[in-house]
Design a protein around this ligand. Structure first.
Ligand SMILES: O=C(O)CCC(=O)C(=O)O
Length: 295
Protein backbone atom coordinates (compact mmCIF):
# COMPACT_ATOMS: atom_id res chain seq x y z
CA UNK A 1 0.00 0.00 0.00
CA UNK A 2 1.45 3.40 -0.92
CA UNK A 3 1.00 6.26 1.52
CA UNK A 4 0.05 9.47 -0.23
CA UNK A 5 1.67 12.59 1.04
CA UNK A 6 0.71 16.05 -0.16
CA UNK A 7 3.20 18.79 -0.83
CA UNK A 8 2.50 20.71 2.41
CA UNK A 9 3.08 17.65 4.56
CA UNK A 10 6.24 16.76 2.62
CA UNK A 11 7.56 20.30 3.09
CA UNK A 12 6.63 20.30 6.78
CA UNK A 13 8.49 17.01 7.31
CA UNK A 14 11.49 18.23 5.35
CA UNK A 15 11.65 21.48 7.36
CA UNK A 16 11.50 19.57 10.66
CA UNK A 17 14.41 17.34 9.59
CA UNK A 18 16.42 20.34 8.35
CA UNK A 19 15.96 22.25 11.60
CA UNK A 20 16.93 19.19 13.64
CA UNK A 21 13.60 18.55 15.37
CA UNK A 22 13.89 15.23 17.28
CA UNK A 23 11.98 12.35 15.66
CA UNK A 24 10.04 11.82 18.90
CA UNK A 25 8.60 15.32 18.66
CA UNK A 26 7.69 14.89 14.99
CA UNK A 27 5.95 11.59 15.82
CA UNK A 28 3.95 13.31 18.55
CA UNK A 29 2.85 16.18 16.24
CA UNK A 30 1.76 13.70 13.57
CA UNK A 31 -0.13 11.59 16.11
CA UNK A 32 -1.79 14.73 17.53
CA UNK A 33 -2.93 15.54 13.98
CA UNK A 34 -4.69 12.19 13.68
CA UNK A 35 -2.15 10.06 11.79
CA UNK A 36 -2.22 6.44 12.95
CA UNK A 37 0.82 4.43 14.08
CA UNK A 38 1.52 2.84 10.68
CA UNK A 39 1.26 6.20 8.90
CA UNK A 40 3.52 7.85 11.50
CA UNK A 41 6.09 5.04 11.13
CA UNK A 42 6.05 5.31 7.34
CA UNK A 43 6.26 9.11 7.29
CA UNK A 44 9.09 9.21 9.86
CA UNK A 45 11.03 6.50 8.06
CA UNK A 46 10.72 8.50 4.88
CA UNK A 47 11.64 11.80 6.56
CA UNK A 48 14.50 10.64 8.77
CA UNK A 49 16.01 7.73 6.84
CA UNK A 50 15.29 8.72 3.24
CA UNK A 51 15.62 12.49 3.46
CA UNK A 52 17.29 12.61 0.03
CA UNK A 53 14.26 10.97 -1.54
CA UNK A 54 12.00 13.42 0.25
CA UNK A 55 14.03 16.36 -1.12
CA UNK A 56 13.94 14.87 -4.64
CA UNK A 57 10.22 14.31 -4.37
CA UNK A 58 9.71 17.93 -3.32
CA UNK A 59 11.71 19.13 -6.33
CA UNK A 60 9.73 16.84 -8.65
CA UNK A 61 6.52 18.12 -7.16
CA UNK A 62 7.57 21.70 -7.83
CA UNK A 63 8.51 20.83 -11.42
CA UNK A 64 5.06 19.44 -12.12
CA UNK A 65 2.53 20.46 -9.53
CA UNK A 66 -0.25 19.19 -11.79
CA UNK A 67 0.70 15.59 -10.98
CA UNK A 68 -0.95 15.93 -7.59
CA UNK A 69 0.04 13.84 -4.59
CA UNK A 70 3.27 11.89 -4.70
CA UNK A 71 3.42 8.31 -3.54
CA UNK A 72 6.05 6.80 -1.24
CA UNK A 73 7.57 3.80 -2.98
CA UNK A 74 5.85 0.53 -2.29
CA UNK A 75 7.36 -1.97 0.08
CA UNK A 76 8.69 -5.10 -1.68
CA UNK A 77 9.26 -8.12 0.54
CA UNK A 78 12.30 -10.23 -0.42
CA UNK A 79 10.53 -13.51 0.22
CA UNK A 80 7.36 -12.50 -1.62
CA UNK A 81 5.68 -15.38 -3.46
CA UNK A 82 5.16 -14.60 -7.16
CA UNK A 83 1.66 -14.70 -8.55
CA UNK A 84 2.41 -17.96 -10.29
CA UNK A 85 0.42 -20.96 -9.20
CA UNK A 86 2.64 -23.53 -10.89
CA UNK A 87 4.94 -24.32 -7.95
CA UNK A 88 2.00 -24.63 -5.60
CA UNK A 89 -0.12 -26.78 -7.89
CA UNK A 90 2.74 -29.23 -8.39
CA UNK A 91 2.17 -30.12 -4.76
CA UNK A 92 -1.60 -29.96 -5.13
CA UNK A 93 -1.56 -26.87 -2.92
CA UNK A 94 -4.01 -24.10 -3.87
CA UNK A 95 -3.49 -20.35 -3.60
CA UNK A 96 -6.77 -19.12 -2.12
CA UNK A 97 -6.00 -15.48 -1.44
CA UNK A 98 -3.12 -13.03 -1.68
CA UNK A 99 -2.45 -9.48 -0.65
CA UNK A 100 0.57 -7.47 -1.78
CA UNK A 101 0.98 -5.34 1.34
CA UNK A 102 1.23 -6.75 3.87
CA UNK A 103 2.49 -9.60 1.69
CA UNK A 104 0.11 -12.38 2.72
CA UNK A 105 -0.73 -15.57 0.82
CA UNK A 106 -3.34 -18.07 1.99
CA UNK A 107 -2.80 -21.64 0.82
CA UNK A 108 -5.40 -24.39 0.72
CA UNK A 109 -4.44 -28.03 1.14
CA UNK A 110 -0.90 -27.16 2.22
CA UNK A 111 -0.87 -30.20 4.53
CA UNK A 112 -2.93 -33.35 4.20
CA UNK A 113 -5.23 -34.20 7.12
CA UNK A 114 -2.96 -37.17 7.87
CA UNK A 115 0.05 -34.84 8.11
CA UNK A 116 -1.88 -32.51 10.44
CA UNK A 117 -2.86 -35.42 12.70
CA UNK A 118 0.70 -36.78 12.71
CA UNK A 119 2.14 -33.38 13.74
CA UNK A 120 -0.34 -33.01 16.62
CA UNK A 121 0.39 -36.56 17.70
CA UNK A 122 4.15 -36.01 17.72
CA UNK A 123 3.79 -32.82 19.75
CA UNK A 124 1.07 -33.61 22.27
CA UNK A 125 3.20 -35.16 25.02
CA UNK A 126 5.94 -32.55 24.97
CA UNK A 127 4.05 -29.25 25.06
CA UNK A 128 5.13 -26.46 27.40
CA UNK A 129 4.20 -22.81 27.88
CA UNK A 130 5.26 -20.70 24.91
CA UNK A 131 7.71 -17.82 25.33
CA UNK A 132 8.58 -14.57 23.59
CA UNK A 133 11.97 -12.95 22.97
CA UNK A 134 12.68 -10.23 25.56
CA UNK A 135 13.45 -6.86 23.95
CA UNK A 136 15.86 -6.02 26.76
CA UNK A 137 17.97 -9.17 26.98
CA UNK A 138 17.15 -11.10 23.82
CA UNK A 139 16.35 -14.15 25.99
CA UNK A 140 13.12 -16.19 25.84
CA UNK A 141 10.64 -15.20 28.59
CA UNK A 142 7.10 -16.19 29.61
CA UNK A 143 4.72 -13.36 28.77
CA UNK A 144 0.96 -12.84 29.22
CA UNK A 145 0.73 -11.80 25.55
CA UNK A 146 1.45 -15.36 24.39
CA UNK A 147 -0.56 -17.97 26.26
CA UNK A 148 -0.32 -21.01 24.01
CA UNK A 149 1.71 -24.16 24.65
CA UNK A 150 4.33 -25.26 22.17
CA UNK A 151 7.09 -27.64 21.29
CA UNK A 152 9.85 -27.27 18.77
CA UNK A 153 11.41 -29.82 16.43
CA UNK A 154 14.85 -29.75 14.87
CA UNK A 155 15.01 -29.30 11.14
CA UNK A 156 14.78 -32.67 9.34
CA UNK A 157 14.15 -34.44 12.66
CA UNK A 158 11.78 -36.93 11.07
CA UNK A 159 10.89 -37.98 7.54
CA UNK A 160 7.53 -36.16 7.89
CA UNK A 161 9.19 -32.88 8.94
CA UNK A 162 11.69 -33.17 6.12
CA UNK A 163 8.89 -33.69 3.60
CA UNK A 164 7.02 -30.62 4.87
CA UNK A 165 10.20 -28.53 4.97
CA UNK A 166 10.99 -29.46 1.36
CA UNK A 167 7.47 -28.45 0.35
CA UNK A 168 7.82 -25.09 2.15
CA UNK A 169 11.10 -24.44 0.32
CA UNK A 170 9.61 -25.38 -3.08
CA UNK A 171 6.58 -23.16 -2.66
CA UNK A 172 8.15 -20.13 -0.97
CA UNK A 173 11.44 -20.23 -2.87
CA UNK A 174 13.33 -19.81 0.44
CA UNK A 175 15.87 -22.66 0.81
CA UNK A 176 15.10 -25.19 3.57
CA UNK A 177 18.47 -24.34 5.19
CA UNK A 178 17.10 -20.85 6.00
CA UNK A 179 14.30 -22.29 8.13
CA UNK A 180 14.08 -22.50 11.90
CA UNK A 181 12.75 -25.81 13.19
CA UNK A 182 8.98 -26.30 12.94
CA UNK A 183 7.10 -25.40 16.13
CA UNK A 184 3.75 -26.98 16.98
CA UNK A 185 1.39 -24.92 19.16
CA UNK A 186 -1.83 -25.62 20.99
CA UNK A 187 -4.19 -22.87 22.16
CA UNK A 188 -6.89 -23.78 24.71
CA UNK A 189 -10.05 -21.68 25.28
CA UNK A 190 -9.04 -18.04 25.85
CA UNK A 191 -5.44 -18.61 24.75
CA UNK A 192 -4.04 -16.11 22.26
CA UNK A 193 -0.92 -14.55 20.84
CA UNK A 194 -1.44 -10.81 21.04
CA UNK A 195 -0.39 -8.87 17.97
CA UNK A 196 3.34 -8.54 17.45
CA UNK A 197 6.01 -8.51 14.78
CA UNK A 198 7.89 -11.68 13.86
CA UNK A 199 10.96 -9.79 12.65
CA UNK A 200 13.50 -8.95 15.32
CA UNK A 201 13.85 -5.37 16.48
CA UNK A 202 16.30 -4.04 13.83
CA UNK A 203 18.24 -2.17 16.56
CA UNK A 204 17.81 -4.81 19.24
CA UNK A 205 20.13 -7.14 21.06
CA UNK A 206 18.59 -10.33 19.64
CA UNK A 207 19.30 -9.42 16.02
CA UNK A 208 22.90 -8.64 16.97
CA UNK A 209 23.12 -12.03 18.71
CA UNK A 210 21.63 -13.76 15.64
CA UNK A 211 23.98 -12.13 13.13
CA UNK A 212 25.92 -15.33 12.45
CA UNK A 213 22.94 -17.63 12.95
CA UNK A 214 20.59 -16.77 10.14
CA UNK A 215 20.18 -13.04 10.82
CA UNK A 216 16.80 -11.40 10.47
CA UNK A 217 13.53 -13.31 10.08
CA UNK A 218 12.03 -12.55 6.69
CA UNK A 219 8.82 -14.59 6.53
CA UNK A 220 6.46 -16.82 8.51
CA UNK A 221 4.26 -19.75 7.55
CA UNK A 222 1.44 -20.70 9.93
CA UNK A 223 -0.08 -24.11 9.11
CA UNK A 224 -3.48 -24.91 10.62
CA UNK A 225 -3.71 -28.42 12.04
CA UNK A 226 -7.37 -28.50 13.13
CA UNK A 227 -10.70 -26.69 12.75
CA UNK A 228 -11.31 -24.60 15.90
CA UNK A 229 -15.10 -24.22 16.28
CA UNK A 230 -14.92 -20.49 17.23
CA UNK A 231 -12.18 -17.87 17.52
CA UNK A 232 -8.46 -18.34 16.94
CA UNK A 233 -8.27 -16.32 13.71
CA UNK A 234 -4.87 -15.09 12.56
CA UNK A 235 -5.33 -11.34 12.52
CA UNK A 236 -3.50 -8.43 10.88
CA UNK A 237 -5.20 -5.57 12.74
CA UNK A 238 -3.51 -2.72 10.88
CA UNK A 239 -4.45 -4.23 7.53
CA UNK A 240 -8.00 -5.13 8.60
CA UNK A 241 -7.35 -8.77 7.72
CA UNK A 242 -8.50 -11.87 9.57
CA UNK A 243 -7.94 -15.47 8.51
CA UNK A 244 -10.07 -18.30 9.86
CA UNK A 245 -8.05 -21.39 10.72
CA UNK A 246 -8.98 -24.40 8.64
CA UNK A 247 -7.31 -27.78 8.87
CA UNK A 248 -4.63 -28.21 6.19
CA UNK A 249 -4.60 -24.53 5.11
CA UNK A 250 -1.59 -22.30 5.74
CA UNK A 251 -1.01 -18.57 5.79
CA UNK A 252 2.31 -17.17 4.65
CA UNK A 253 3.54 -13.63 5.23
CA UNK A 254 6.83 -11.96 4.27
CA UNK A 255 7.94 -8.74 5.89
CA UNK A 256 11.55 -7.75 5.16
CA UNK A 257 12.78 -5.94 2.03
CA UNK A 258 16.17 -6.43 0.38
CA UNK A 259 17.52 -3.30 2.12
CA UNK A 260 16.53 -4.66 5.54
CA UNK A 261 13.45 -2.47 5.88
CA UNK A 262 10.74 -4.25 7.91
CA UNK A 263 7.04 -3.98 7.07
CA UNK A 264 5.03 -2.64 9.99
CA UNK A 265 1.82 -3.76 8.30
CA UNK A 266 2.85 -7.35 9.07
CA UNK A 267 1.81 -6.69 12.70
CA UNK A 268 -0.28 -9.79 13.45
CA UNK A 269 -1.51 -12.14 16.15
CA UNK A 270 -3.63 -15.15 17.02
CA UNK A 271 -7.06 -14.09 18.35
CA UNK A 272 -8.31 -15.79 21.53
CA UNK A 273 -9.88 -19.19 21.02
CA UNK A 274 -13.57 -19.00 21.92
CA UNK A 275 -14.54 -22.68 21.79
CA UNK A 276 -12.56 -25.89 21.49
CA UNK A 277 -8.84 -25.70 20.81
CA UNK A 278 -6.58 -24.50 18.04
CA UNK A 279 -3.46 -26.30 16.81
CA UNK A 280 -0.93 -24.79 14.43
CA UNK A 281 2.56 -25.56 13.18
CA UNK A 282 4.71 -22.58 12.34
CA UNK A 283 7.87 -22.03 10.42
CA UNK A 284 10.04 -18.92 10.56
CA UNK A 285 12.37 -18.24 7.66
CA UNK A 286 15.64 -16.32 7.96
CA UNK A 287 17.64 -14.10 5.67
CA UNK A 288 20.68 -16.46 5.72
CA UNK A 289 21.25 -20.17 6.46
CA UNK A 290 20.14 -20.89 9.99
CA UNK A 291 21.97 -23.25 12.34
CA UNK A 292 20.84 -24.21 15.79
CA UNK A 293 23.31 -23.67 18.59
CA UNK A 294 24.43 -26.97 20.08
CA UNK A 295 24.08 -26.73 23.84
O1 LIG B 1 -1.81 -18.28 16.09
C1 LIG B 1 -1.79 -17.66 15.04
O2 LIG B 1 -2.73 -17.71 14.25
C2 LIG B 1 -0.66 -16.73 14.73
C3 LIG B 1 0.63 -17.23 15.29
C4 LIG B 1 1.67 -16.17 15.30
O3 LIG B 1 1.37 -15.01 15.41
C5 LIG B 1 3.06 -16.52 15.21
O4 LIG B 1 3.38 -17.71 15.30
O5 LIG B 1 3.90 -15.59 15.05
Amino acid sequence: MAVNINRDLAQWLYDRVEEGTPEKQVRKSLTDHGYDRVQVDTLCRYAFQQTDKLAEALKAYDRDASEGDMAITEFKATAAIPDDRENATQDDVKILFRSERPHVVLFGNFLSHEECDALMDMAKDQLRRAEVVSRETGDPVIDHRRTSEYTMFQRDETELLQRIEDRIARITGVPATHGEGIQVMRYGVGAEYQSHFDFFDPDGVFLRKSKDRGGQRIATLVMYLNDPPAGGETIFPDAGLSISPQKGNAVYFAYVAENGECDNLSFHGGAPVVRGEKWIASKWLRQNPYFLELE
